[in-house]
Design a binder for this molecule. Structure first.
Ligand code: GLC
Length: 610
């Protein structure tokens, strides 16, 4: 535990909660105070601003549920709100040199020179860095994240003015690779504060450990003193999100970023902090909690990840499983052994083995497997059924029969009783490579598949979020006639430039960076000229998306991460995980015991005990 760290835990009604004070130095420190807001029912993380233009910090109070805790405040007078909004946006020490050159930072504002078009590659990169820096959001003077989109011409902002956890990951990695660590550290520690929040929807609270989808820095009048303002971190756990979807991926990405921070900076003090360890465990407990499920995969509702609208991915979508596996592997690396965590670590190890077996065996699809499904017997009531999930061969969609190349394969989108979602989902597949959820052979086969199907999956702009699009009656029923998710648009077969960074990590990991190089080169032809859209539409990604934001931060950051990694491929290891020998052994024991492989063969003599 870092010496300067303070961890305070307080009861929150019957719920467990905690107030963690990050170990910031005083002059770069945002000041924390917890107290219930009078104007809003739920709590928000507060930093009180008053008095001085120059952001003077005073030792002060941290108030939580009426109890005073030790903290500090930054103060500014009410009539100085405008000026102080700027003065409190001063960069913290670690970022000073780079940020000194920035236009005056205002949370998520685009400066007039931010949209200059570029010709050469370097100027595209330079422009991207300018735009990324302009998207930085400050909380009491410290950078803590990046706004989702900075489109000056957008008429409806919706929640694109917030810091999304998943959207910040490529931003955070770009900053890490650039040696700018403060913003990532702040992001990790502040989102951790939000984890313990009281969150409800119509009197129902989701499990403790959930991380928000996004948060916003608000400047609000100070309770009881109109001459003062305070900054408030206001999280959204899905209770305001369109469709009220819980962001299952947020906590998983948070763990992955935390591990990358430690690997890249060499500073493991953050992950070793007691509050951070508790945060990891809370996420794990939520994910590993027993339910009704027979499968080791995580059961989630539709829209619980990057695809945050109804797209028929409820159940056990691949993206969540890949992130889940990845987060388990990263957490295992970071958890400090202590009394009381043995059960959690045992549960984690068991789940890793079962999950990797399940995905590798039952989600895998290639020509051979399609042929096997095509000849499946159904209604097998037995312990050693080959067609365990009772998949009817008629489910094999007609598009797939011609689409599957002879060489290559991929992990399907979802598996449920009597249902396989045969769509190709990019993020789940590439992250299965990155995390080693897929075997080495499968990882190569996925890249073979991407290469073989380049015209469909990449075409004019990398990378299709899924393939193919749902059309007609299927679209109407499954999306609920969603006008944003029309065929070949947005989540329904749209092309998302941000996915470039994950594709890059995967192709570097497999020693095939030329795949990413080709994709980056394609993106560079248009992305800056098109003003960094959120997504592209049509089968070949020819149009800027119907309702796509421009200056979408994760499109910008995704491009930068891809460039930085291609220039320095060894840095990809901050994000990748290799399969260890324990897992490999466990996997081979399970595979040889699987009836699908052993029917007609002798049973294995060596059961693996976990
Ligand atoms: C959309 C995307 C989601 C993203 C958000 C902010 O809702 O579907 O993945 O996090 O926009 O960019």
């Amino acid at each position: 535990m870092a010496a300067s760290e303070t961890v305070l835990r307080l009861p929150l009604g019957s719920l467990f909660s905690s107030c963690h004070l990050p170990s910031f130095s005083l002059n770069s420190s945002p000041l924390l105070s917890f107290k219930p807001s009078s104007s809003r029912k739920r709590r928000a993380l507060r930093c009180t601003n008053s008095m001085a233009r120059g952001n003077t910090f005073h030792s002060s109070d941290c108030v939580f549920n009426g109890k005073k805790l030790q903290s500090t405040r930054c103060r500014c007078q009410r009539n100085d709100v405008e000026e102080n909004a700027r003065s409190t946006l001063l960069p913290s020490d670690g970022l000073k040199s780079d940020l000194d050159e920035m236009p005056l930072p205002v949370n998520g504002s685009l400066s007039s020179n931010g949209s200059t078009q570029s010709a050469g590659t370097n100027s595209i990169e330079d422009e991207a860095w300018d735009l990324l820096r302009q998207s930085i959001v400050y909380y009491c003077g410290s950078p803590i994240g990046t706004i989702a989109a900075n489109d000056p011409n957008s008429t409806s902002v919706l929640n694109y003015d917030q810091v999304f956890i998943r959207d910040f990951i490529p931003s955070g990695i770009a900053f890490l690779l650039k040696g700018e660590y403060d913003i990532v550290r702040n992001f990790i520690l502040y989102t951790l504060q939000l984890q313990s929040w009281e969150k409800t929807m119509d009197c129902h609270s989701p499990g403790q450990g959930l991380m928000p989808a996004s948060f916003k820095v608000k400047t609000v009048p100070l309770d009881g003193d109109d001459s003062m303002t305070e900054e408030v971190l206001d999280p959204d756990f899905g209770e305001a999100a369109i469709g009220r979807v819980a962001p299952v991926d947020s906590g998983l990405w948070w763990i992955i970023l935390l591990r990358a921070y430690g690997k890249c900076t060499g500073d493991v003090s953050v992950q070793e902090r007691v509050d951070v360890q508790t945060g990891i465990k809370m996420i794990l407990k939520l994910c590993l909690a027993d339910g009704f499920d027979m499968f080791p995969t995580l059961l989630v509702t539709d829209g619980s990840c990057m695809i945050d609208r109804r797209m028929g991915i409820h159940g056990h979508p691949l993206e969540i499983q890949a992130l889940f596996y990845s987060a388990l592997v990263c957490a295992r690396e970071m958890l400090t052994p202590e009394d009381g965590s043995a059960d959690l670590i045992r549960a984690l190890n068991n789940r890793l083995v079962a999950l990797s077996f399940h995905i590798r065996e039952y989600y895998w699809l290639d020509m051979k497997k399609i042929n096997e499904i095509y000849r499946y017997q159904t209604e097998e009531y037995s312990y050693d059924a080959v067609n365990k999930f009772n998949i009817y061969p008629d489910q094999i969609p007609s598009w797939l029969v011609d689409f599957m190349p002879n060489r290559g394969g991929y992990l399907i989108g979802n598996l449920q009783p009597a249902h396989m979602d045969f769509r190709f989902f990019s993020l789940g597949n590439v992250w299965s490579i990155v995390s080693s959820l897929a075997t080495n052979d499968q990882s190569h086969a996925i890249l073979d598949f991407v290469e073989a199907k380049w015209a469909e999956l990449v075409a004019d702009m990398p990378f299709k979020i899924c393939y193919p699009a749902m059309e007609g009656e299927e679209w109407r029923i499954i999306t609920g006639s969603d006008p944003k998710n029309t065929p070949w648009s947005y989540h329904n077969g749209g092309s998302w430039p941000t996915l470039l960074w994950q594709l890059t990590v995967a192709s570097i990991k497999m020693g095939r960076p030329e795949i990413a190089e080709k994709a980056v080169e394609l993106a560079e032809r248009r992305i800056a000229i098109d003003k960094w859209p959120e997504y592209y539409d049509t089968k070949r990604a020819r149009f800027i998306g119907k309702q796509a934001r421009l200056y979408q931060t994760w499109s910008i950051a995704g491009y930068l991460v891809a460039k930085l990694l291609l220039a320095n491929p060894s840095a990809a290891k901050f994000l990748t995980s290799e399969e260890d020998s324990d897992l490999r052994n466990a996997f081979s024991c399970m595979i040889s015991a699987n009836p699908r492989r052993t029917r007609g063969r002798k049973k294995t003599q060596q059961p693996f005990i976990v």
